[in-house]
Design a binder for this molecule. Sequence first.
Ligand SMILES: [Zn+2]
Length: 395
Amino acid sequence: MTDLTGTQRLYYDDAMLLRFSASIVALADDGRRVYLDRSAFYPTSGGQPHDTGVLADVTVVDVVDEDDRVAPCLAEPVGLPVGAMVVGQVDRARRRDFMQQHTAQHLLSALLADRYGWPTVSVHFGDVTSTVDVSGVEGLSAAQLTRIEHEVNEAIVANHAVAVSYEDAATATGLRKASDRDGMLRIVSIEGLDRSACGGTHVARTGELGMLLLRGAEKTRGHTRLEYVCGERAVRRARADAELLERTARPLSAAPDDLPVLVPRQLERLSEQDAEIRRLRKALAGYEAAALWQQAAPDASGLRRLRHEVDGPVKDAEALAQACVALGHCVMLVTSRTTGGVLIATAADSAVDAGASLKAALQAVGGRGGGSPRLAQGSVPDIARLPELLSALGF
Ligand SMILES: [Zn+2]
């Protein structure tokens, strides 16, 4: 059943009217979509997300705007017929939160346009943060961002009145952005700062915004996107930031304020230690190589066959293999106990081509690999076939 009469939007004239009664004028979606003669529930529109709450004791999960009608969508069928009176209750915290984010956007957009010459091209109100995209920004420093934040907060503390008026589109003047609508416009004014045509919900005075935190700015599709939070969200974000810093500082036995000095110092120490570890590994590889070379008895031609096994990737033993072959007259074979990886390195005077011999031996056992005459790498498909590969390579 359809009723084409429009819904009276109660939130237009009283953004803090949260409990209201209305009558059902039509139903859809098996009674889950309820058309009312009047609604304090705000529908998703103008970038602002919908309200939640309860209608006739059923949870409101969405509110849709269908031109002249507003329909709360329920989690379950309303269970009442057309004509029934129902009571709706808007979720206060969510409504107030979006009123704050939305009004803050008007204030921020006004300031960015008037003081910096950056008009707003689009806005987004998210569940966690909100964004304003502006054009004309040549570059935005951290100091400038802090200054803008300070200026917005000064306007908040000044507690400017925010008022709604209705004016004819043909005669309304001083609008920040010309409206493309005809007829009556709903105009939201921030005393002395802004006049914008808008259908959203706003606070009554800027002081209700609490504080605004500019989270950052980034370039996006030719514009600059400023991310912000205000009100309770700003406090929550600041609290989360403080906890993050605290958790980061704790393992370092430091105070959060010391982190900017301490963290670079620790990173520098790490990089010095890495360099030291590389130097020690190289020295160790030299000793290990000498021992391996000594242990391997030379064959009739004077060639020594050196064997080494690793638990991880064979690549880890490459430095050792290089140190061995540097001693001359030898072939070094590294295998992995876990991966089936094989690495072979040959001394320049060994007359053994590492790449060619490994490739041929691997092909015989269904493996793959290859490399240069001095260094080659590969793997067997099954570790059980390693002994076969070893004998093919003369080990
Ligand atoms: Zn607005």
